[in-house]
Design a protein. Structure first.
Length: 276
């Protein structure tokens, strides 16, 4: 549903907008028409061989969508902060090892995609992105999230699969609008109790981590529909899982020492699909 909303937003921005779109051509640098096009609102360089961005991006101050996916770009200039109208920023499949603090100065940013890079750490200033709805950062080298990340109260989707996370911020529960939390393929050993405060959460994916137990108050996640716990180190389950009224799918496979509780059959009888 959220993806559809984003598609509708993108479509509206495309319509009657000044657009320059380059894909699968060899450019390496910004072509002349980028500098000459006034009030440019959508700019895409997808797989163009673009090697760097201009240090001064002020001439793109009207931009709403900026896509430089699939290029050997290693650095995002501080002048990214001049793009105050930016709503969608695609920085996936680059060669980034970090983001500038200035990334936090984009007050209207809805969507940020930094997937498939080599980023080890997020700047604390990312917590200033008060309009951010969806954050995608899978397939990076993130080891932790800054505490300021929990200030992103508008977030509805977080995709952090395939990183090196061992824990989550203690105040992750402050993200009260969160609906989807994807943490597959990390090294998480435990979850903070506050995760049980995510009362709008629909999907929680914890597949392929190192969890040996879950918070007892998981029963507070009344809206949860999908819970993926495959390939962890669980030995038992909190009874609270049985009390999740909207749970539709529970995946417990490949927890070798897990002792199944008696209430599993009752959960299945209620209509929940359980894999074990």
């Amino acid at each position: 549903m959220l993806f559809r909303v984003f598609c509708d937003l993108v479509l509206k921005i495309f319509m009657k907008r000044i657009t320059l779109y380059y894909k699968d051509i060899d450019l390496k640098t910004f072509p002349k028409e980028v500098y000459e096009t006034e009030n440019l609102q959508l700019l895409c360089f997808d797989n163009t061989g673009l090697q760097s961005l201009p240090e001064d991006l002020n001439f793109l101050s009207n931009l709403e969508i900026f896509d430089i996916t699939h290029n050997p770009v290693q650095h995002i200039p501080d002048s990214i902060k001049e793009l105050k109208n930016l709503k969608f920023l695609y920085l996936s499949y680059l060669e980034l090892t970090g983001l500038p603090d200035a990334i936090g100065d984009l007050p209207n940013l809805f969507y940020l995609n930094i997937c498939y890079n080599k980023i080890e750490k997020l700047p604390a200033y990312i917590g200033n992105l008060e309009s951010l709805i969806e954050f995608r950062a899978y397939d990076n080298f993130l080891k932790n999230l800054p505490d300021e990340f929990t200030k992103l109260h508008s977030l509805k989707e977080i995709h952090l699969n395939k990183n090196h996370l061992t824990s989550l911020p203690n105040e992750i529960g402050n993200l009260s609008n969160l609906q989807k939390l994807i943490l597959e393929d990390n090294k998480i050993t435990s979850l903070p109790e506050s995760i049980c405060s995510l009362t709008n959460l629909l999907e929680l994916n914890l597949r392929n981590n190192n969890l040996s137990f879950l918070p007892e108050n998981i029963s507070n996640l009344k809206t949860l529909q999908y819970l993926d716990l495959r390939n962890n180190k669980l030995t038992s389950l909190p009874d609270g899982i049985h009390e999740l009224p909207n749970l539709r799918k529970l995946d417990l496979r490949w927890n070798e020492n897990l002792e199944l509780p008696k209430w599993i059959e009752g959960l299945q009888a209620s209509g929940c699909i359980v894999y074990y």
